[in-house]
Design a protein around this ligand. Structure first.
Ligand code: NAD
Length: 287
């Protein structure tokens, strides 16, 4: 039976690992928070909790779903000496594509492959197994792992060599953040003019300004003050920062990305690590 390692059982990783277990795969799990790993194993029969990196030595593939590249680097470097030749690391976090390439080169020296397969769609689609997954890496390495990814996602696209998935994910999240901020500003301005905020969202949804924030976030998490989408502002600011840095390193002018990055970073710093990204709505509100 295929044995899969899963590291990072947070908002996204937990429901994704749940789907792999439901598909009958043999799982070894790990999380920095011991309660997350033990809790998952308690609710999923047959799951092993890794006590150390050596516990992943029998895995055919190890999936990582972690906050950022600093953590991914540390975890994968610790893992590397224990993985068997022919194994594959499937890096599903949103991470820095340049660092992903370096990690892939390090693993290749040991005969271990890496593909980056970040996801889009949020917690709801992680639960439903309908995530969009963008894959970077060797097509021949990716092909045998496609069925595994199909347990967690629907739109699975091979987008280029190693790192391309992470690059495209950061760019997507930049576009998404820019639209969220534009939407929030428009709602505040329209409200100040005397228009009902719910009407503003509904009319934009019937018009050309329609976007993921107007359709899936404004009523659901912003206007009602819930601010509980499950995607933190800290993670969003990280993603937009990666996109802005990518533009710089490629010498592609991305003036708006620099502004969105500065605004999301400032909001994250001021609202704190627990803030949801939909709280940008109240951050850009008039005083
Ligand atoms: P999260 O903070 O809820 O989960 C991260 C998990 O990693 C936590 O359980 C944490 O304890 C664990 N962890 C941290 N350091 C670790 C280490 N050294 N070893 C093992 N485990 C460790 O984050 P999330 O929302 O699940 O996001 C995970 C990744 O997916 C991020 O890169 C994020 O940008 C991306 N993402 C999130 C969403 C979303 O809607 N939440 C959507 C798409 C992509």
């Amino acid at each position: 039976m295929t044995r899969i390692g899963f590291i990072g059982l947070g908002m996204m990783g937990r429901p994704m690992a749940h789907l792999l277990h439901a598909a009958g795969l043999s799982l070894v799990v790990r999380d920095a928070n011991p309660d997350a790993a033990a809790g998952f194993a308690a609710e999923h029969a047959g799951v092993a909790v890794a006590q150390d990196a050596a516990a992943f030595s029998g895995c055919d593939a190890v999936i990582t779903m972690l906050p950022n590249s600093d953590i991914v680097d540390a975890v994968v470097r610790e893992l590397a000496p224990h993985l068997r030749r022919g194994a594959c690391v499937i890096e599903m976090s949103s991470a820095d594509p340049v660092r992903t390439r370096a990690l892939a080169a390090l693993l290749a020296e040991r005969g271990v492959a890496l593909i980056d397969a970040p996801v889009s769609g949020g917690v709801k689609k992680a639960v439903n197994g309908t995530l969009a997954i963008m894959v970077g890496g060797d097509a021949a390495v990716f092909a045998p792992h496609r069925p595994l990814l199909e347990r967690m996602g629907q739109a699975i696209t091979h987008v280029g060599p190693v790192g391309a998935g992470h690059a495209l994910k950061a760019l997507n999240n930049y576009v998404s953040a820019a639209a969220l901020i534009a939407t929030a500003e428009a709602i505040h301005a329209g409200t100040a003019f005397g228009i009902d905020p719910a009407t503003i969202v509904d009319v934009i949804n019937a018009s050309t300004g329609k976007n993921n924030t107007t359709e899936n976030k404004a009523h659901q998490f912003m206007l009602n003050g819930a601010f509980n989408s499950g995607f933190s502002l800290l993670l969003q600011a990280k993603d937009v920062g990666i996109a802005a840095a990518l533009g710089e390193s490629l010498q592609v002018p991305m003036a708006l990305a620099q502004q969105v990055s500065a605004l999301t970073s400032e909001a994250s710093r001021r609202l704190g690590p627990g803030a949801d990204h939909t709280e940008l709505y109240r951050f850009v509100a008039p005083a």
